[in-house]
Structure formats: structure tokens, C-alpha cells
Design a protein around this ligand. Structure first.
Ligand SMILES: NC(=O)c1ccc[n+]([C@@H]2O[C@H](COP(=O)([O-])OP(=O)(O)OC[C@H]3O[C@@H](n4cnc5c(N)ncnc54)[C@H](OP(=O)(O)O)[C@@H]3O)[C@@H](O)[C@H]2O)c1
Length: 441
């Protein structure tokens, strides 16, 4: 066929080619657009790694780029644990079954962990850490995200945190810091990788150390990308600070650590959340989105194209020889523009501030859980009190202590037994003991 065309071109000239006027008119723009589409599609991951038998925890694995990544890893024979809001929902059950059938890999599971609920994250981490010997873990891949369209009202998580910040930043911060004992407990020769997700909008993000969770700040509903981008920016700062803190804690066996925390920007993709944001969450907007689809088709990646940089972050050997906290886009390391991403003091302050806020929020939600318990419990309590003919006002620390008791009991023994464990719980328990001493005196 190409030889025929060349022959016709040589013998008869361009007029001999059928449809030449159309080719002449539209050929150049068509080729230019095709080249643009190939360019915007990004690079393919060139690295390979045997993931058979490796264990990965994934957030956001049931949709968009996360689902494509999950499929690639499942095909390779990895054991996957998806953290989802509701593992018993018919959608999730079907999704997991389908993936198992398609990939022939039965080792795909879904666990309950709502990233917009700190208590839910803690419950998952507790279940995970409650294993002796510690469970194998080769990586945590954080793809979950929440982006609200412009014009939408402020939405909050169950802890009262602005929703985009809660899912994109706070939930992942809590998950990874709680799971850090498990990450550190892996054998020294295991190449363990944590991959977080950022977005180009981090360049437009707003971050304030005074109110990083947008608890009090006015929500810019016309410019929600300031909040979303800010959450991604904070996640990038967290990745770097988290890596430094992991590096600063030497392994028990004094071996160098192969644990790396990196950040991936998958680029703009045609996924459900992109459609929701670009359609402003309205029917008219959706119609406009569909009309303009050729633009998105040309400029945006497919989810599998977006997944390539995650595969590079997981597979490429050179990340082990580099310090963590790298930013990866189109399968190569980039230097993001924001100054916060090279400001270690800011990152340290943000980390500490977030830790404090999580502590406060967990206390508040614990109190709320106790208050919202069925009244029969408080009735029986008050009847006991009236039996003693002495009315003792319910003190805050009582509320919090009993709320802690309502969390799975295995949390405390497991974490106490782990020397590299979460200092949060120890501090919390010390405070509670101190408070109850004060109360009894
Ligand atoms: N799409 C883009 O153009 C683009 C560009 C740059 C960066 N990113 C980032 O890339 C990641 C994936 O984006 P995507 O567009 O592929 O995602 P998506 O299709 O919107 O899927 C988001 C995933 O996150 C999960 N998720 C949301 N809230 C959650 C919560 N509270 N707890 C647990 N899981 C939750 C969702 O689960 P449910 O389905 O159960 O809600 C879903 O699996 C996100 O972090 C996003 O910010 C996307």
C-alpha cells in the first residue's frame, strides 16, 4: 500500500491520490493534533519489576488511575488491599470479583477505611498493625482524591475538616503515620515504596500554617482549586518530611533502609472526577463537557497513561539509590515550582501542626461518639450515680477515656509492644492517666 501511494505520487503527482484536496486542506492540522495528542499522552513506563507475591495497600483503587494501576499489579500476581469507604457495597464487591476474574489473581481484597474519617483510618491501621509477626508490606500507593467543582458549597468530613483537604491530605497523613511501624518493620533488603499523588493545581494551592485544614478560613467556592491544590501541596510537603523522619529513625538492625516515599503527578486525565469538576457538577455543564470532548480527548491522558508514572515510581531501580521525596511526572523526576517544597522548616512546622490538629480532632470525635451512644448506657450510669446519692458531673476526660475504650482493644497492646511504634498513643495514655489522677485527688 505505501509503495502504491509512492508510485502514484511519482508517476501521476499528488492529483493521482484519491481525496488529495481534502488531505491538503486537513492533513496538516490533523497531523499536528495527532502529534499534540501523543505528546499529551505522556511517556510509557520503561521499567519492569516482578511483583508476584508482593503486598501493596492502595487507596482510590476502585476508580480512575487507581483502578488501572490495580489491574496492572493484579496481573503481575501482587496481593492487593484496597482501602475503600464501604467494602460491602455491591459496586465494590463486583469490582473486586471482576478484577480477580479478569486477572486470574484471587489475592485482591477490599478493607474499610474512609479517608474522610480519622477514626476509620485508625481502625484500619489497628487491624493492620495487630499482627505478629508484622505483615509483609511492599508498598502503599495513595491514589484516592476528592476534587469539588467550582460553585459547590463547602463540604466537610466527619471530623469537620474541609473535604478535599480531609481526603487528599489529612486521611493519607494519618494513614501513613499510623502505618509507619509496619513500613519500618519490613526486612532491610525489602524495597518498600510509598507513592503519593499530587496534581498540577498544587501550583495554585493556598496553604496557611495557622489553619492548614481550612477549619476557620473562608472557603473560596468559586476557586476550589486553591483548597484542592493546597491539599496536594501539603501532601508533597508531608512526603518529604515523612521521608526525613523515617530516615532519622535508624533501623533496629542498623542496616540502611530501602524505604522510599515519592510523589507522582499523573497529569490531567479523562476520569469521572475530571468530568465532575469540568462540568461544574451540573447537567448543563455536563452537556458542555460532552460538546467540548474533542478538546479533553486531545489534551488529557487516559487513566492507563496516567498510571505510567506510578509504575515508574514503583518499578524503577534508581529510586532506591536516590533520596526519597522525589516528584515524578511522565516517568521522570521533576522539580516542582512551589518554594514550600524545598522549605524544610515549613514542612516540619506543617507536620507538627497537623499532628496536633489530628490529636484534637480525634479527641473531639471520640467525645461525639460517646455522646451519640444509645441513652440506655447513660441512664444506667445515672441510675448508679443516684443510687450512691452523689451526682458527679461528667468530666471531659471520662468521656474521652471511655471513647478510647470503644476502639478495638488490640490497638494498645500491639502498639505498645512495638518499640518503633506510634508515640501518639503513649502520650495520650500518659495524659489520660495524669487527668484521672487529678480527678481522683
Ligand atoms: N483526574 C485528573 O485529571 C487528575 C490530575 C492530577 C491528579 N489527580 C489525582 O489522581 C488521583 C486519582 O484521580 P482520578 O481522577 O483517577 O480519581 P477518581 O476517578 O476521582 O477516583 C477517586 C478515588 O478515590 C476514592 N476516594 C474518594 N474519597 C475517598 C474516601 N473518603 N475514602 C477512601 N477512598 C476515597 C474513590 O472511591 P469511591 O469511588 O468509593 O468514592 C475513588 O476510588 C487523585 O488523587 C487525584 O487528585 C487526578
Amino acid at each position: 500500500m505505501p509503495i502504491d501511494i509512492i508510485n502514484t505520487l511519482v508517476v501521476k503527482g499528488t492529483d493521482g491520490i484519491p481525496g488529495w484536496p481534502i488531505i491538503k486542506r486537513y492533513g496538516v492540522p490533523f497531523v499536528a493534533l495527532s502529534l499534540l495528542k501523543v505528546y499529551c499522552g505522556g511517556k510509557l513506563n520503561p521499567w519492569e519489576r516482578d511483583v508476584h507475591g508482593k503486598v501493596y495497600i492502595l487507596t482510590g483503587a476502585t476508580a480512575g488511575v487507581g483502578s488501572q494501576l490495580a489491574e496492572e499489579l493484579a496481573k503481575g500476581g501482587a496481593q492487593l488491599i484496597f482501602l475503600v469507604k464501604d467494602p460491602s457495597s455491591s459496586w465494590t464487591v463486583e469490582f473486586v470479583d471482576d478484577l480477580r476474574d479478569r486477572t486470574g489473581n484471587p489475592l485482591v481484597y477490599a478493607e474499610q477505611c474512609d479517608l474522610a474519617d480519622l477514626h476509620s483510618v485508625r481502625k484500619f491501621a489497628t487491624r493492620w498493625l495487630d499482627n505478629t509477626p508484622p505483615r509483609r508490606l511492599d508498598g502503599i500507593i495513595c491514589c484516592a482524591g476528592e476534587a469539588l467543582p467550582p460553585g459547590a458549597a463547602r463540604s466537610t468530613s466527619s471530623d469537620g475538616v474541609e473535604r478535599q483537604v480531609a481526603v487528599n491530605y489529612l486521611g493519607h497523613f494519618h494513614l501513613l503515620t499510623l502505618l509507619s511501624p509496619s513500613l519500618r518493620a519490613q526486612p532491610a533488603d525489602r524495597d518498600v515504596r510509598v507513592v503519593l499523588t499530587t496534581c498540577t493545581t498544587q501550583a495554585m494551592g493556598k496553604v496557611s500554617l495557622d489553619d492548614p485544614l481550612w477549619l476557620d478560613s473562608q472557603y473560596p467556592s468559586r476557586r476550589p482549586w486553591q483548597v484542592f491544590g493546597g491539599a496536594k501541596l501539603m501532601l508533597g510537603c508531608f512526603a518529604q518530611e515523612f521521608q526525613r523522619r523515617l530516615d532519622a529513625t535508624p533501623r533496629g538492625d542498623k542496616m540502611p533502609s530501602k524505604l522510599r516515599v515519592n510523589v507522582v503527578n499523573p497529569g490531567f486525565m479523562r476520569t469521572a472526577s475530571t468530568a465532575r469538576v469540568l462540568s461544574f457538577g451540573s447537567l448543563w455543564g455536563l452537556l458542555l463537557y460532552l460538546l467540548l470532548y474533542p478538546i479533553w480527548f486531545t489534551l488529557f491522558k487516559t487513566p492507563i497513561q496516567g498510571a505510567q508514572s506510578y509504575l515508574a515510581a514503583l518499578f524503577a531501580q534508581h529510586f532506591i539509590d536516590l533520596p526519597g521525596g522525589q516528584f515524578i511526572q511522565d516517568c521522570k523526576i521533576i522539580k516542582p515550582a512551589r518554594k514550600e517544597l524545598s522549605d524544610f522548616t515549613f514542612q516540619n512546622k506543617l507536620y507538627e501542626r497537623t499532628e496536633k490538629l489530628i490529636d484534637q480532632l480525634e479527641r473531639q470525635s471520640a467525645k461525639q461518639r460517646v455522646r451519640s451512644k444509645p441513652k440506655s448506657t447513660s441512664k444506667s450510669k445515672s441510675s448508679k450515680k443516684s443510687d450512691n446519692k452523689k451526682v458527679v458531673p461528667e468530666k471531659e476526660h471520662d468521656v474521652f477515656a471511655s471513647a478510647l475504650k470503644s476502639t478495638p482493644p488490640d490497638l494498645f497492646p500491639r502498639q505498645r509492644a512495638d518499640p518503633a511504634g506510634n508515640k501518639y498513643l503513649d502520650e495520650l495514655e500518659k495524659k489520660l492517666a495524669q487527668q484521672s489522677k487529678e480527678h481522683s485527688t
